[in-house]
Write a protein that binds this ligand. Sequence first.
Ligand code: SF4
Length: 322
Amino acid sequence: EQVVIEVQDLVKWYPVKVGILQKVAGYVKAVDGVSFSIKRSETLGLVGESGCGKTTTARCMLRLTEPTKGRIFFEGKDIMKFDRESMRKLRPRMQVIFQDPYSSLNPRLTVKEIIGEALTFHGIARGRELEDRVGELLKMVGLSPQHIKRFPHEFSGGQRQRIGIARALATNPDLIVCDEPVSALDVSIQSQILNLLEDLQERLGVSYLFIAHGLNVVKHISHRVGVMYLGKLVEIADSEEIYKNPLHPYTQALISAIPIPDPKRKREKILLEGDVPSPINPPEGCRFWTRCRYVMDICRHEEPELLESAPGHKVACHLYKC
Ligand code: SF4
């Protein structure tokens, strides 16, 4: 199967500057050595609490934020070596669907202008052709082509997110980063949007990096799931495998937080103690040790590597060192 995008050892540190002289006092280690790949027509779910580095990872992957270090391959080509012009040509093939359908659509633009913006910008379509393409995109996301001249405020939250999806699809991308696309929507609307994204993937063969807070949202839509904690990828596996057999104590805690619909079945809820430590001076060794119920001596000073524990299942935890 063809890999669309691969990131290797992605790092993004932000300097923390202090005083009048703005001396660098430390670094926010937002993303600290993350590697993964996404295949064609595949959805990789990326989960973790706020500030764990999921969105920064995605932004670096698209080169919307310049990574501090690391390599990014798009269809095998190292795009860190791309100059501005090559990046500009690549842009239409990588798109984003944003979290908030209210603030991500310019209220002063019509639906046609919003969806058609990228087509105009990249010189893909104009005039009648542009209008036809926007109409077609609206149909694809379950809206009427007659909505073309309307403004965002005339739509509900779910419909606005459909417009956001149509905008992302306009340039026929190979990869879409879905940055918490349903978290601002009512639960009843969430599943409609998730189903739409799934249908579109089946029809178009597009790949998704699907970012979410908790594991319940990504459960149905993802083929594989990666779990991040304080700038690190701590576990990655096939979706079914990670729900049935979570290995990292942090993943286990996230899974225990998913409500079970069947009241007869019970699951022990693992409460995580304490807050997420600051990414400025993350704990030495395993970054999770301050909250881990299995913490051992080695965890406090030696960082666990992300190692394969079974085919396709990787985990970074000293409990599983062979
Ligand atoms: Fe817990 Fe140690 Fe595993 Fe970290 S390495 S998750 S502290 S057992």
